[in-house]
Design a protein around this ligand. Structure first.
Ligand code: URA
Length: 423
C-alpha cells in the first residue's frame, strides 16, 4: 500500500478499501506514515466524509492498535456513559454511583479537561487523597466490589487514536464526524463494556453547535457500537446553558454531592436520572427506582464507597477559594440567556482548566451561578461569582463574559434539556 494513493482516493471523494485503511492506521501508529500524510488524509475525510463501512473499519483498526479489555468473568453487566463534553457537566459524578447502586458495574474510564470543557478526573482530584490511576487488577476488583469506578483510561487503549487526535488538534480536523465517532467509539469498544449510553451535546458549549450535526454524530456512534456488539443508545441534550450552578472542579464535586443527597439543581438531577434510566435499561433493569435511590441514600452510600476505594476521604473539606468577585444584576427583569461557551472559557481562564496537557488545574477556581435562564431578578441581586486563588485573573475572565448573559423584560421560552433519544 501507498499512503499517497489512500490520500488521493479520499481527496477525490472515493471510498478507501478495507485493507488499505487498516494498513494506513497501522503504519501511522508505527511511524511509517508521516504526520503530514495523515493530516492530509484527515482533511480529506473532513471535506469528503466516509461511508458507514469505512468508519467501521477505521474504528476497528484503531481498536486493533492497542489492548482490548474484557470484563467477562465479573458476574455482572457492565455499562458505561460517555458525554461529548460541555460546561458544568459533572453528571458522571452522581451517575456512576447511582447506577452502581443497582448492582451494575460502571467502568467509567475518563479523561482530563483540555480547553473550555472540564475533565471528570480533574474534578474528582479536588477530593483529598483521591487518585485517578488504577491498575487493571484494581479496576476489576473495584468493579466487583463497589461497582462504580471513575479512573484514568490506560495508555494501552487505542494508541492510534491518541496520536491521531493530537494531530487533528493542530490541523483543523477535529470536527469531522467520522473521525470524532471512530475516536470516541474505538476507546469505548476497546474498554470492553457490555453497553454504552452516549450523551451527545449540541449548542454553544458543545463540540457540535448545530443540532443536526449532533444527531448525525449520535447516529454514527450508535451504529458503530451496535455493529461491534456493544448495546448503545444516545440522548441528544442541550448544552446552550451551563449544567447546574457550579462550573469548575471542587464546586462541581459539591454540587454532585448535593444531588447524591437528594437535592441539587433541577437540570443536573433531570439529566442524571435520564441517563441512569438509559444505562439501567441496557443493563437489564428497566424498572429501577432511580429517583428513590437518590432520595434514600443508596446512591450516596455507593459514592462514598467509590471515593474511599480510590484513596479519597468523602468527608474531607474541599479546597475553598480565597478570592471572589460577584457580578450583580444592573436592572430588574428575567435572565434570558446565560451562554455556556463563554462561561466555560471564563472558568478556564480562572484556572479551572488547562491550556496544555501537562499544566495543573486550580481546584478551587471556577464560577458559581446564582441564577439560571428563566429566573426573575431585581437590580443589585447577585448573578454569579468568580472564584479562585488569584484575583489578577478576574479581568480576563470578565472579558470572556462580555455579552455572555442577558436580562430582559419577559421570561424566555424554555427548551427541553433532553431533546431526543437515538437507538
Ligand atoms: N473526544 C474524543 O475522544 N475524540 C474526538 O475526536 C472528539 C472528542
Amino acid at each position: 500500500h501507498d499512503a499517497v494513493d489512500v490520500i488521493r482516493t479520499k481527496r477525490d471523494g472515493g471510498a478507501v478499501d478495507e485493507d488499505a485503511l487498516r494498513w494506513m492506521v497501522d503504519a501511522y501508529t508505527r511511524g511509517y506514515v508521516a504526520d503530514s500524510q495523515m493530516a492530509a488524509f484527515a482533511m480529506a475525510v473532513l471535506l469528503n466524509g466516509m461511508e458507514r463501512d469505512e468508519i467501521r473499519v477505521l474504528t476497528d483498526a484503531m481498536i486493533a492498535s492497542g489492548e482490548r479489555m474484557s470484563f467477562d468473568g465479573l458476574g455482572k453487566p457492565t455499562v458505561d456513559k460517555h458525554s461529548t463534553g460541555g460546561v458544568g457537566d459533572k453528571i458522571t459524578l452522581p451517575l456512576a454511583p447511582l447506577v452502581a447502586s443497582f448492582g451494575v458495574a460502571v467502568p467509567q474510564l475518563s479523561g482530563r479537561g483540555l480547553g473550555h470543557t472540564g475533565g471528570t478526573l480533574d474534578k474528582l482530584e479536588s477530593i483529598p487523597g483521591w487518585r485517578a490511576a488504577l491498575t487493571n487488577e484494581e479496576l476489576f476488583a473495584q468493579l466487583q466490589g463497589v461497582g462504580a469506578v471513575v479512573c484514568a483510561a490506560g495508555s494501552g487503549l487505542a494508541p492510534a487514536d491518541k496520536k491521531l487526535y493530537a494531530l487533528r488538534d493542530v490541523t483543523g480536523t477535529v470536527e469531522a464526524i467520522p473521525l470524532i465517532a471512530s475516536s470516541i467509539m474505538s476507546k469505548k469498544i476497546a474498554e470492553g463494556t457490555d453497553s454504552l449510553v452516549l450523551d451527545v451535546k449540541f449548542g454553544s458549549g458543545a463540540f457540535m453547535k448545530d443540532v443536526d450535526r449532533a444527531r448525525e454524530l449520535a447516529r454514527t456512534m450508535v451504529a458503530l457500537g451496535t455493529d461491534s456488539g456493544v448495546s448503545t443508545t444516545a440522548l441528544l441534550t442541550d448544552m446552550n446553558t451551563p449544567l447546574g450552578l457550579a462550573i469548575g472542579n471542587a464546586n462541581e464535586v459539591r454540587e454532585s454531592v448535593e444531588v447524591l443527597a437528594g437535592g441539587g439543581p433541577a437540570d443536573v438531577v433531570e439529566l442524571t436520572v435520564a441517563l441512569a434510566r438509559e444505562m439501567l435499561t441496557l443493563a437489564g433493569h428497566p424498572d429501577a427506582d432511580v429517583e428513590d435511590a437518590l432520595a434514600d441514600g443508596r446512591a450516596m452510600d455507593s459514592w462514598r464507597a467509590m471515593i474511599r476505594a480510590q484513596g479519597g476521604d468523602p468527608d474531607a473539606a474541599l479546597p475553598e477559594p480565597c478570592e471572589s468577585h460577584t457580578v450583580t444584576a444592573p436592572a430588574s427583569g428575567f435572565v434570558t440567556r446565560l451562554e455556556a461557551l463563554p462561561f466555560g472559557v471564563a472558568a478556564w481562564r480562572l484556572g479551572a482548566g488547562r491550556a496544555r496537557a501537562e499544566d495543573p488545574v486550580v481546584h478551587s477556581a471556577g464560577i458559581d451561578l446564582h441564577v439560571k435562564p428563566g429566573d426573575e431578578v431585581t437590580a443589585g441581586q447577585p448573578l454569579f461569582t468568580l472564584v479562585g486563588e488569584d484575583a489578577a485573573r478576574f479581568d480576563r475572565a470578565l472579558d470572556a463574559l462580555e455579552g455572555a448573559w442577558e436580562l430582559g423584560a419577559d421570561a424566555p421560552e424554555t427548551a427541553p434539556l433532553v431533546l431526543e433519544r437515538i437507538t
